[in-house]
Design a protein around this ligand. Structure first.
Ligand code: ADP
Ligand code: 5GP
Length: 185
C-alpha cells in the first residue's frame, strides 16, 4: 500500500531558486503537476497568464477569497497570492501528486488544513548567496529586494517547521531530490 503523501509544498525565501528547480524538474518530468496560483502582482517579462500565474486585480482577489475559492492565500511583499482550491482537490481525489510552490504563511495554512501534506523547505547555501541570486535575477527594484530580504529572514528562521530541507547548491541535484519526494509513479 502506498502511504506516501500526495500533496507536496515547496517553500523557501524569494530568490533561493524555487522556480528554477521546479522548471528543471518538469522539463524532464512534465507529468508533475504544479498548481498555478492567483496573484495581484504584475507579470514579469515573459510571464504568461494561466501558465506562471493567474494575474488578477485586487477586486478579483477579494472575490476569490470571499467565495472560498482559495485553499490558502497570503500577502507577500506587498502583493496577494493564493492557491485555487478546485484544481488541487480534483487531482488529489484522482490520487495524482500535487505540488504547490508557496510562501511560508501559505505552507502553515496547508499544514493546518491538510496535516498529511509534505512540507519541503528550499534553503540557500548561504545568506550571501541568497542576496546574490535575488539581486542578480534583476526583476525587482532595490526597495522590493529589501522587502523580500526582510521576509527571507523570517522564512529562514521557520525552516525547522518543515519535514524536509533541501539546500539549493546544484539545481540538478535538488530537482532530482524533489522528484523523489513528489513520488511520481
Ligand atoms: P525563487 O523562485 O525562489 O524566487 P528563482 O528560481 O527565480 O527563485 O531564482 C533566483 C535566481 O537564482 C535566478 O536568477 C536563478 O537563475 C538563480 N539560481 C537558482 N538556482 C541556482 C543555483 N543552484 N545556483 C546558482 N543560481 C541559481
Ligand atoms: P514571486 O512574486 O517571486 O513569484 O513570489 C513571491 C512569493 O510568493 C514566493 O515565496 C512564492 O512561493 C509565493 N507564492 C506564489 N504563489 C503563492 C500562493 O498561491 N500562495 C502563497 N501563500 N504564496 C505564494
Amino acid at each position: 500500500m502506498n502511504e506516501r503523501p500526495r500533496l507536496t509544498v515547496l517553500s523557501g525565501p524569494s530568490g533561493v531558486g524555487k522556480s528554477t528547480v521546479v522548471v528543471h524538474m518538469r522539463k524532464a518530468h512534465p507529468e508533475v503537476w504544479l498548481s498555478v496560483s492567483a496573484t495581484t502582482r504584475k507579470p514579469r517579462p515573459g510571464e504568461q497568464h494561466g501558465v506562471h500565474y493567474f494575474f488578477v486585480t485586487d477586486e478579483e482577489m477579494d472575490k476569490l477569497i470571499a467565495n472560498g475559492e482559495l485553499l490558502e492565500w497570503a500577502e507577500f511583499a506587498g502583493n496577494r497570492y493564493g492557491t485555487p482550491r478546485a484544481a488541487v482537490l480534483e487531482r488529489l481525489e484522482r490520487g495524482e501528486p500535487v505540488l504547490l510552490e508557496i510562501d511560508l504563511q501559505g505552507a502553515r495554512q496547508v499544514r493546518e488544513t491538510m496535516p498529511e501534506a509534505q512540507l519541503v523547505f528550499l534553503a540557500p547555501p548561504s545568506w550571501e548567496e541568497l542576496v546574490r541570486r535575488l539581486t542578480g535575477r534583476g526583476t525587482e527594484p532595490p526597495e522590493v529586494i529589501e522587502r523580500r530580504l526582510e521576509a527571507a529572514k523570517i522564512e529562514l528562521a521557520a525552516e525547522p517547521e518543515f519535514d524536509v530541507t533541501l539546500v539549493n547548491t546544484s539545481v540538478e541535484d535538488v530537482a532530482r531530490e524533489l522528484l523523489a519526494l513528489v513520488d511520481v509513479v
